[in-house]
Design a protein around this ligand. Sequence first.
Ligand code: GRF
Length: 221
Amino acid sequence: MEPRRTAVLISGTGTNLQALIDATSVGIHPARIVLVISNRPGVAGLERAARAGIPTRVIPSRQFESRDAFDAALDQALREAAVDLVCLAGFMRVLTRAFVERWRDRMLNIHPSLLPAFRGLETHARVLEAGLPVTGCTVHFVRPEIDEGPVIVQGVAPVLPGDTVETLGARVLEIEHRCYPRALELVASGRTRVVEERVVVADEHPFERLLLHPSLQGTPR
Ligand code: GRF
């Protein structure tokens, strides 16, 4: 089977984009990144894509007078590149219902919490505020409601004594970088189906949809 043509949408640094580039550019992978789109010019993620020889487009959201107009431009760019799958990776734009429905079950997002807990922004500050011992990240299919949708993969990271938003964020980011390639692989290989708004994986192995931060390996039970 031909690799699934995948676009990654970014707004910034693009470390998740980098993880996806790294994972899909070695050996045989069911996805190939054919386009990176940023809604902001000059961001580091665009350089990462250029370095990897991946075509980039900047579609500056500020220059569009409506969400519909921006999303129409986005959709056109994706169609021109004959994209099969879309990965949102630090893409800081709310998409219209029409756009989301057009890409239903073909568009993934990563969120830095264990959804459905801590939807929205500033997840790490809120986890620290709540005094929790654990957090993580979620890769899910996108739905019109923000940070909603069938969960594909989750990654777990501990909250450690003395953690700040920065140290916790960095730990969660490490597990994000392993979860996103795993989720894309599951989807691109055609093993996932959405049944009654839940992800079902064909021939699923135990723990295939769950990744642990390395600091949790071998912890006392
Ligand atoms: C990540 O924490 C992601 O979960 C969130 O935005 C951040 C993007 O980081 N949606 P990067 O641009 O991939 O480095």
